[in-house]
Design a protein around this ligand. Structure first.
Ligand code: DX5
Ligand code: ZN
Length: 221
């Protein structure tokens, strides 16, 4: 059964010179989860921000949970730093961990929610033995590394399949989708079974976040 829908603005497209205020504005406009894209110019061909920026947002007064999407390899070394920085959810790419079960344990031992990220070409079968240990599954609907890319159409089938897998477990596991979600396709992504929708450029590249979030909600209702 699908859960309540959450829109998670990806701050990759926020105003970095004014980050605390920009993140607070999108939360004030109605968003409830901050999607925090960490890139290392190694696992993905781009470089963003690390745990210092996460703790700076918390110190600034950001109260919404921070959903840290790690696109880094190796991944384990950074996890304790993000736990200390106040992350609430930490997800990592299946291919970026040498020992996926151990990485999940490392995140959960620090009191954070843990999730595995599947790239567009990563088969769903990688979840078979560890789904029960996940609080979230994140399906990439673009190849990771950049905002503003087009949604990869075959992701819809993956969303439906993972939705069914999660439902069969009966466990409390969120299904997040990330990349290329906009006003035109958000309803279809939700109807396929996603309950947590990451949106970067579709929110931050608009001038009135409240109006944009309202338009998204209209599409979803
Ligand atoms: C891509 C990132 C996404 C990205 C989404 O590697 O993980 O979170 O910022 O941006 P949009 O919504 O613009 O595709
Ligand atoms: Zn992301």
């Amino acid at each position: 059964m699908k859960k309540d829908l959450i829109i998670a603005p990806s701050i990759l497209s926020a105003d970095f010179a004014n980050l605390g205020a920009d993140v607070q504005s999108v939360l004030d406009a109605g968003a409830s989860l901050v999607h925090f894209d960490v890139m290392d110019n190694h696992y993905v061909p781009n470089l963003t921000f690390g745990p210092l920026v996460c703790s700076a947002l918390k110190k600034y007064g950001i109260k919404a949970p921070i959903d840290v999407h790690l696109m880094v390899k190796p991944v384990d070394r950074l996890i304790p730093d993000f736990i200390a920085a106040g992350a609430d959810i930490i997800t990592f790419h299946y291919e970026a961990s040498e020992h996926v079960d151990r990485t999940l344990d490392l995140i959960k031992a620090g009191g954070c929610k843990a999730g595995i990220v599947l790239n567009p070409a990563t088969p769903i079968s990688v979840l078979d033995n560890v789904l029960h240990k996940c609080d979230m599954v994140l399906l990439m609907s673009v190849n990771p590394g950049f905002p503003g890319q087009s949604f990869i159409e075959y992701t819809y089938d993956k969303i439906s399949t993972v939705r069914n897998m999660i439902d069969k477990t009966g466990l409390d596991i969120r299904l997040e989708v990330d990349g290329g979600i906009n006003l035109e396709n958000v309803r279809k992504v939700s109807d396929a079974g996603a309950d947590t929708l990451v949106m970067g450029s579709a929110i931050f590249k608009t001038s009135n976040y409240e109006e944009t979030l309202n338009k998204i909600q209209q599409q979803l209702s």
